[in-house]
Design a protein around this ligand. Sequence first.
Ligand code: NAD
Length: 430
Amino acid sequence: MSLEVEKEKKNDNILVSTLSMMRQAIDFANLSPDVYEHLKTPMRFVEVGIPVEMEDGSTKVFTGYRCQHNNVFGPYKGGLRYHPDVTSDSIKALSMWMTLKCSLVGVPFGGGKGAIVCDSQRLTLKERERMTRSYVRSLGSILGPEIDIPAPDIFTDAQVMAWIADEYSNNMREPSFGVVTGKPLAVGGCVGRNEATGRGCFFVAREAAQAYKIPFENSRIAIQGFGNVGSNAAKLFAAEGCPVIAVSDISGGVYKEEGLDIDKLIRHVNETGFVKGFSGGEAISNENLLSVNCDILLPAALENQITGSNAHDIKAKIVVEAANGPTTPEADQILKENNILVVPDILANSGGVTVSYFEWVQNNYGFSWDLSTVNKHLQDKMVEAFRNVYGYYCENCIGSDMRTGAYMYSIMRLAEAMHYRGWLRNGIYA
Ligand code: NAD
């Protein structure tokens, strides 16, 4: 089995399930087959070799991808991921989710995603910098503030974005920091961007609890993944009086019935790099985290974590998909049968791209907002998006699930824009 095929298997090919979900939503909404025709294939997909001079003087050529799925609403937008398990198909699926996410939350961007296949934690800082700059040079003119705007994702951060902004600006011979979002404040970043995805998850979790008629205050939270999204969401839940009873990362997890001390846990992770070894709770496995007795579960790590083999064990009443694609289609079916509300990724984690949009707007007109303005606009956007999607789902998709509702709602908006741009010669509907 080739490495790519092996990885696809591990990834439970999320491209196949995304395409099937899009097709189903288009059929349910009675949209023209031409809508699927436009959405099934990215407008551009590039694979590049990225030569990097390593610390020992050798040269290593990494594989990089950039997928530009659809730009009917505006420039392509989406994260850049550094991970050894990335495949071309997973990047295509992730870019499609970005298209759906931007449409759903109403920001004028299209969908994009990029990656470098690498074990970035094994690279030195210098190697990471050289690799990032080499990636920008390899992509050349297909990036740009009005063309395609990357942002942080797994194992990339504000520093990586700053290198991209610098390399791009050098190539353009002018400062052009709007080419990326999620930058440090010193080079045109936006206050609150770092926490935005976790904060957005918190807002939709609160809305979901209200819609599903479970008391939000004191609800018990479990979070898989304690990186940017998971740890920021944990802080907000804890601050609002919702005990975070279990947390895990790649190293394992911790559990405490009365709620973990999140500030202490964050200090521990900053010092040791991992959740494992935290003395303020008992150790649990990653698998056990998913099945703890909680009210709201946030998968905030990777794709395909809730599967046909563990979905039956989930006791949460609501699953808020902080990560992209954490639930397989088989698991979706089981959760639906067990009456568990799944707030789909394209809604739940859209806080990141929403504040990225705020950052891009501020870069464009050269003025910075304060934190309360950013958070207020974020809250308004997330609450509005949740209510729109949940309302649409309740009206049109009873018997189905909220993911189908979210896909239908989002694709309807895309279809309308395609229609006005003249991409659907036979009309919007079948
Ligand atoms: P991150 O790299 O900061 O954190 C990832 C976390 O997941 C780490 O704690 C890591 O240890 C953990 N993890 C990795 N493999 C795991 C495993 N097998 N089991 C349990 N934990 C594991 O990444 P992030 O930015 O927090 O992103 C997390 C998810 O959220 C991803 O799916 C990403 O695509 C999605 N997302 C992120 C943003 C953003 O703004 N950062 C926006 C939208 C969606």
